[in-house]
Design a protein around this ligand. Sequence first.
Ligand code: ADP
Length: 420
Amino acid sequence: MATYFGAIADDLTGATDLAGLLARSGVPVSLRMGVPDGPPVDAAAIEIIALKCRTEPVADAVAETCAALAWLRRAGAQRFFWKYCSTFDSTPQGNIGPVAQALMADLGAYQTIYCPAFPENGRSIFMGNLFVGEQPLAESPMKDHPLTPMRDSNLMRLLAPQVTGAVGLANRLVVAKGTAALAARLAELRAQGIAHVVVDAVSNDDLSVIAEACQDMALMTGGSAVAMPLPALWAAQGLVARREGAAFARVDGHAVLLSGSCSAMTNRQVAAALAAGRPAFRLDPLELAERGAGPALDWLAAQDMAATPLLYATAEPVAVRAAQDRLGKDCAGKLVEDALAACAVLARDQGARRFVVAGGETSGAVAKALGIKRLDIGPEIAAGVPWCFAQSGGQDVAITLKSGNFGAETFFADALERLA
Ligand code: ADP
């Protein structure tokens, strides 16, 4: 069966988040890191292309996403999804709106929806306003994001400067009435010439209504959760097929834990792993600047891999700021990413076949160093964090890529247990 659903994500852990939710359906999901060089080979029913274009210049983001769209169409995809962050990470310039518009133009689509809601992770939309837990987006920690500070909670106002033409709303009162009411509201807006529609959602039931009403749109856009119900709808119509037989191949071999995220949740997860007595090495950017990755690699080389060592740069905000002040933000980040990537390669050479990686940028660096180009999506560890299967250095490996705030406090142990 050819590909039916093609999705494009604006960053890697966003792509694995989407992949994990779609794979809950049992339909095979494959994730490519960047637009593949060659034509589609061995394409799955659901193909996701992970880009790194959230904060790129608009023209570059548009060019890359359109190239990804062209590849997905060659793979046979007939329905498309533009995945961005559930906190709508963007600026007045983009890239959410401009990319959506460019994809619509390529596809000849006359209307799309914008629904970043992810109720299981506390992101909900009511009357066009996005909430993070109980806080409006603009009062959440996202207001201080270094690249995409979110200073408004109203999605229509956030989207308006990013697109041409008016932005409409299908609100919760409509969604609560069900699929037919939502479809009628979308048709009404379309009759008014409104191509860009924000859709409210506060629960998974709302997302089911939205998915059902929008399943025939050429392009939907949003966070990962609104796409979650789609595969089951299509499977029921015979448009995609569920995976047959035993789900996944076993990946035996040692495991290694690598953490470069400094989010509040990752700090708690690393603390829990340390409290559990795991052998651990802390990477400090200041020391990396002085002595390089040698000490971390020497430490790892001396470890018994059967004990599942942890290497982490995860630190509290004060320490992160101190390192950034001394080295510059980009330099500190790169030192850590490069060091953890080198540790991943050494761990593989020492027999590690299961990799648990925390941090979006960190994940990209580690996956790249391991030479991973494609991931087959396996079982979920936590909402939006699946195990993935891949090839690295001629070996079958399992890898999980966790973005900062995802997972429970026991995430590292949960991940190992899920594959046991
Ligand atoms: P998240 O998903 O939590 O945003 P990322 O890996 O995307 O995690 O981003 C964290 C960034 O912080 C990375 O570039 C990483 O290299 C950098 N970093 C990690 N530890 C430190 C530290 N102790 N000091 C400064 N920067 C750090």
